[in-house]
Design a protein around this ligand. Structure first.
Ligand code: FES
Length: 127
Protein backbone atom coordinates (compact mmCIF):
# COMPACT_ATOMS: atom_id res chain seq x y z
CA UNK A 1 0.00 0.00 0.00
CA UNK A 2 1.44 3.43 -0.92
CA UNK A 3 1.70 6.31 1.53
CA UNK A 4 -0.96 8.19 -0.46
CA UNK A 5 -3.29 5.23 -0.12
CA UNK A 6 -2.61 5.05 3.61
CA UNK A 7 -3.45 8.74 3.93
CA UNK A 8 -6.62 8.43 1.89
CA UNK A 9 -7.99 5.54 3.93
CA UNK A 10 -8.52 5.39 7.67
CA UNK A 11 -7.57 2.09 9.37
CA UNK A 12 -10.27 1.35 11.95
CA UNK A 13 -9.02 -2.06 13.05
CA UNK A 14 -9.10 -5.78 12.28
CA UNK A 15 -12.08 -7.42 10.59
CA UNK A 16 -12.32 -9.95 13.45
CA UNK A 17 -13.47 -7.21 15.84
CA UNK A 18 -16.96 -7.36 14.27
CA UNK A 19 -18.60 -10.78 14.27
CA UNK A 20 -20.87 -11.91 11.42
CA UNK A 21 -24.40 -10.53 11.79
CA UNK A 22 -23.34 -7.66 14.05
CA UNK A 23 -22.23 -4.03 13.98
CA UNK A 24 -19.93 -1.69 15.84
CA UNK A 25 -20.00 2.07 16.11
CA UNK A 26 -17.21 4.52 15.44
CA UNK A 27 -17.54 7.89 17.16
CA UNK A 28 -16.27 10.79 15.07
CA UNK A 29 -15.24 13.97 16.88
CA UNK A 30 -17.15 16.85 15.32
CA UNK A 31 -18.95 14.51 12.92
CA UNK A 32 -21.63 11.88 12.67
CA UNK A 33 -21.19 8.54 14.45
CA UNK A 34 -20.59 5.75 11.95
CA UNK A 35 -21.92 2.19 12.12
CA UNK A 36 -19.85 -0.59 10.55
CA UNK A 37 -21.81 -3.76 9.71
CA UNK A 38 -20.63 -7.31 9.07
CA UNK A 39 -23.30 -9.41 7.35
CA UNK A 40 -23.78 -13.15 7.73
CA UNK A 41 -22.55 -13.45 4.13
CA UNK A 42 -19.23 -11.89 5.11
CA UNK A 43 -19.74 -8.43 3.59
CA UNK A 44 -18.82 -5.21 5.40
CA UNK A 45 -20.63 -1.88 5.07
CA UNK A 46 -20.39 1.50 6.78
CA UNK A 47 -23.22 4.02 7.16
CA UNK A 48 -23.94 7.03 9.28
CA UNK A 49 -25.54 5.56 12.40
CA UNK A 50 -28.89 7.29 11.88
CA UNK A 51 -32.07 5.95 10.37
CA UNK A 52 -33.51 8.30 7.70
CA UNK A 53 -36.88 8.15 9.50
CA UNK A 54 -36.22 9.58 12.99
CA UNK A 55 -32.49 9.00 13.49
CA UNK A 56 -32.80 5.58 15.13
CA UNK A 57 -29.44 3.89 15.85
CA UNK A 58 -29.08 1.50 12.92
CA UNK A 59 -26.14 -0.25 14.61
CA UNK A 60 -28.64 -1.71 17.11
CA UNK A 61 -30.88 -3.14 14.39
CA UNK A 62 -31.11 -6.69 13.09
CA UNK A 63 -29.17 -7.48 9.92
CA UNK A 64 -31.03 -9.47 7.24
CA UNK A 65 -28.96 -10.20 4.14
CA UNK A 66 -27.74 -6.79 2.96
CA UNK A 67 -30.31 -4.77 4.91
CA UNK A 68 -30.74 -3.72 8.53
CA UNK A 69 -34.05 -3.26 10.37
CA UNK A 70 -34.13 -0.07 12.40
CA UNK A 71 -34.72 -0.86 16.11
CA UNK A 72 -37.21 2.00 16.57
CA UNK A 73 -39.94 1.51 13.95
CA UNK A 74 -38.62 -1.41 11.90
CA UNK A 75 -37.87 0.36 8.63
CA UNK A 76 -35.52 -1.74 6.52
CA UNK A 77 -32.46 0.13 5.25
CA UNK A 78 -30.16 -1.10 2.47
CA UNK A 79 -26.61 -1.45 3.79
CA UNK A 80 -25.29 -1.00 0.27
CA UNK A 81 -27.12 2.20 -0.72
CA UNK A 82 -28.47 3.50 2.59
CA UNK A 83 -31.94 3.76 1.05
CA UNK A 84 -35.13 2.84 2.87
CA UNK A 85 -36.74 -0.26 1.36
CA UNK A 86 -40.34 -0.94 0.38
CA UNK A 87 -42.74 1.98 0.60
CA UNK A 88 -40.60 3.95 3.06
CA UNK A 89 -38.59 6.87 1.73
CA UNK A 90 -35.28 8.35 2.81
CA UNK A 91 -31.59 7.62 2.64
CA UNK A 92 -28.77 7.32 5.15
CA UNK A 93 -25.32 8.40 3.91
CA UNK A 94 -22.96 5.50 3.22
CA UNK A 95 -19.20 5.56 3.84
CA UNK A 96 -16.86 3.90 1.30
CA UNK A 97 -15.17 0.90 2.95
CA UNK A 98 -12.52 -1.57 1.88
CA UNK A 99 -10.78 -4.55 3.43
CA UNK A 100 -7.03 -5.03 3.13
CA UNK A 101 -4.80 -7.57 4.88
CA UNK A 102 -7.50 -8.42 7.41
CA UNK A 103 -8.18 -4.82 8.38
CA UNK A 104 -11.10 -2.43 7.76
CA UNK A 105 -10.49 0.92 6.08
CA UNK A 106 -12.93 3.81 5.64
CA UNK A 107 -12.48 6.60 3.12
CA UNK A 108 -10.99 9.37 5.24
CA UNK A 109 -12.73 12.27 3.47
CA UNK A 110 -16.11 10.65 4.08
CA UNK A 111 -15.40 10.22 7.82
CA UNK A 112 -13.47 13.28 8.91
CA UNK A 113 -15.48 16.51 8.73
CA UNK A 114 -14.19 19.01 6.21
CA UNK A 115 -12.12 21.83 7.67
CA UNK A 116 -14.33 24.73 8.67
CA UNK A 117 -12.54 28.01 9.43
CA UNK A 118 -13.48 29.18 12.92
CA UNK A 119 -12.58 32.79 12.17
CA UNK A 120 -14.12 34.85 9.40
CA UNK A 121 -11.71 35.78 6.63
CA UNK A 122 -10.16 39.25 6.66
CA UNK A 123 -12.23 40.12 3.59
CA UNK A 124 -15.40 39.22 5.46
CA UNK A 125 -14.30 41.22 8.53
CA UNK A 126 -13.75 44.40 6.54
CA UNK A 127 -17.13 44.16 4.81
S1 FES B 1 -36.31 5.86 13.43
FE1 FES B 1 -35.83 4.16 12.19
S2 FES B 1 -37.74 3.40 11.58
FE2 FES B 1 -38.20 5.15 12.76
Amino acid sequence: MTQATVGKWLDIGPVVQIGPGSARTLPVEGGEEIAVFHTMRGKFYALVNKCPHRQGPLSQGIIHGDTVSCPLHNWRISLQSGEAQGEDEGCTPTIPLKLDAGRIFLLREAVVPQFMPSQPSSAAQSA
